[in-house]
Design a protein around this ligand. Sequence first.
Ligand code: CP
Length: 314
Amino acid sequence: MMHFTNFENKEIADQLIQKALFYKADPRKDLSKGLGKRVGCIFLNPSLRTRASTQIAAQNLGMESIVLNMDKEGWALEMQDGAVMNKGTVEHIKDAAAVLGTYFDVLAIRAFPSLSNKQEDTEDFVFNQFVKYSGKPVISLESAIRHPLQSLADMITIQENQIAGKSPKIVLTWAPHIKAIPHAVANSFAEWAIGCGHDLTIAHPEGYELDVEFTKGAKIEYDQKTALEGADFVYVKNWSGFNEYGKILSTDDSWMLTEKHFEFANNAKVMHCLPVRRNVELSDEILDGPRSLIQQQAANRIYAAQAVLSKIIE
Ligand code: CP
């Protein structure tokens, strides 16, 4: 495996899930595997979980990790090939990524979308410029369109909580938010859940259709109550419009889950990638109650990253 940027196939996903569970049982089992290797974690956007869990994962493998907060501490990067750099940008991605490629064995990049340039975001332009010019294996720490380490952690969490012999009904439901939020988590969750062979329903108000590239094979439901009937796992996430790109089309707070929503899904577990806006996206009673898997998901971020790093340095 050269890069970890998207869902490849079920066989690789299953291997990564098993490897992550192996590390979860004994995190320091492979403490010497990454000795002498270095991962550069490049952040163009804020992070809590991704930053800390990737560093802990590297440490568990004996790897050194260095975090660069390029948005705050690096030079302003020019992304366009052939640009005449006579404005605000100081360093071209071609030079910066190549330098990072000489310093590190593996690069891990976070590059959110602009939500204003649909074509560039959909092509994952900024993220792919790092891939193109670094010459090293690249791990996505969340790009404009995908968050595969989060999705791997989510698949691990579902495997840990599903009832043996029962194919779980999984619902990805849109939730309200006060800001325009990227599609990456929702896209990736759909891509991984469908790819892993799960039964996925996606519920959202009309107009919030995700890019069909990620949702082929899922049922789309505009009525949240109908979608939730018989659910085993409910994944909650806000995203902005894709067709009406980057727009907030609804703030309907009846979509925020409370206990009342689970009348016909009594045993459903609730997932969210965090950070979460409490009592806007999800109610305190759900987040703090027995349905909530949010802390388990966050803990599994370590083992997802550890499994991916371990495979990449093999
Ligand atoms: N879930 C997630 O990626 O969290 P951070 O943005 O804090 O890294």
